[in-house]
Design a protein around this ligand. Structure first.
Ligand code: THU
Length: 139
C-alpha cells in the first residue's frame, strides 16, 4: 500500500526530469494504478509550444502504453525551476479530462502538493464537475 506521502515524494523525483526551456515551470506527477504500480511523469515542452505535454498526461500515457488503464490516485507538484514547490499546482483542464477517461470521478483522488507535509486532496469530481466521459457516448 503506497501512502500519499510516498506518492508525493515520487512526484517530486519526477519533477527533477522536467524539460522546461520555455516556461521554466517544472511539474512532476506520480500516478498509482489499482495494482499498486506507480507511473511517474514530468512536463515536456517543445520549441513549437503547442506540442508540450503536462506532467500528469505524461504519467497517464506512460501507464496506458504499458497496459494499465485503472487508477486510484495521482500526486502533483510544481513550481518555478530552481525552487522547491511553494504553491499548489492544480491539474490543467486538459489533464482533468484525460484522467476522466480512465477513472471513477467520485473516487479518484488528486493530491495537489507543496511537500510531503503540505498538500490537499480532491476527488476528480470536485475538480471536474458534470464531466463528459466514455459512458456519455452511449456505446
Ligand atoms: N503544467 C503541467 O505539467 N501540469 C499542470 O498541472 C499545470 C501546467 C506545465 C505545462 C507547461 O509545461 C508548464 O507547466 C507551464 O504551464
Amino acid at each position: 500500500m503506497i501512502t500519499d506521502q510516498e506518492l508525493i515524494r515520487l512526484a517530486l523525483c519526477a519533477r527533477e526530469h522536467a524539460y522546461t526551456p520555455y516556461s521554466h515551470f517544472q511539474v512532476g506527477a506520480a500516478l498509482l494504478s489499482v495494482d499498486d504500480h506507480v507511473y511517474q511523469g514530468c512536463n515536456v515542452e517543445n520549441a513549437g509550444y503547442t506540442p508540450s505535454n503536462c506532467a500528469e498526461r505524461t504519467a497517464v500515457f506512460k501507464a496506458v502504453s504499458e497496459g494499465k488503464t485503472e487508477f486510484t490516485k495521482i500526486a502533483i507538484v510544481g513550481g518555478p525551476e530552481g525552487y522547491k514547490p511553494n504553491n499548489l499546482t492544480p491539474p490543467c483542464g486538459v489533464c482533468r479530462q484525460v484522467l476522466r477517461e480512465f477513472v471513477d470521478p467520485k473516487n479518484f483522488q488528486i493530491i495537489v502538493a507543496v511537500s510531503e507535509e503540505n498538500y490537499k486532496v480532491f476527488t476528480l469530481e470536485q475538480l471536474l464537475p458534470l464531466s463528459f466521459g466514455p459512458e456519455d457516448l452511449g456505446v
